[in-house]
Design a protein around this ligand. Structure first.
Ligand code: THU
Length: 143
């Protein structure tokens, strides 16, 4: 597993590329896959506000587009602060698609705050792939 410092450096660097002229709230995210690849991204806003894309969501998209291993072991989310920000509900659900409940979510600001949660803590009783794909359940299909 990569160090917290490595993830923080990557996420912070990418946060500087955030396109956030509307909220002025820049977010950087860096995720690590089970095979050690890192994917970083930032938030990208739009004049049609509902189309804003979160940093975490973009990092996941980069991972998928790269064709790499798709199990997320940890992710770092950096905001300027003061204080950390946790992924929005939508991003928690997107993370759940590619991460186990034990996956680590690091939240940092630029002033030294660092909080760590598991995905299971942030998204308890999650609905995920195993609810949809009968083959992932060890039970017969219920019609
Ligand atoms: N944002 C993220 O990038 N990640 C989150 O988990 C929460 C919100 C972005 C979206 C928008 O560009 C800005 O932060 C303010 O909501």
């Amino acid at each position: 597993m990569k160090s917290v410092a490595t993830l923080f450096e990557q996420a912070s660097k990418t946060r500087l590329h955030a396109y956030a002229p509307y909220s002025k709230f820049s977010v950087g995210a860096c995720l690590e896959t089970a095979t050690g690849e890192l994917f970083s991204a930032c938030n990208v806003e739009n004049a049609s506000y509902g189309l804003c894309v979160c940093a975490e969501s973009s990092a996941i998209a980069a991972m998928v587009a790269a064709g790499s291993n798709k199990e997320i072991k940890q992710i770092m989310v950096v905001v300027s602060g003061p204080g950390v920000s946790a992924p929005c509900g939508g991003c928690r659900q997107r993370l759940n698609e590619f991460a186990k409940p034990e996956a680590i979510i690091h939240l940092c600001d630029l002033e030294g705050a660092h909080e760590t949660y598991s995905l299971g803590e942030l998204l308890p009783h999650a609905f995920g792939p195993e609810d949809v794909f009968p083959s992932l359940n060890k039970e017969p299909v219920k019609q």
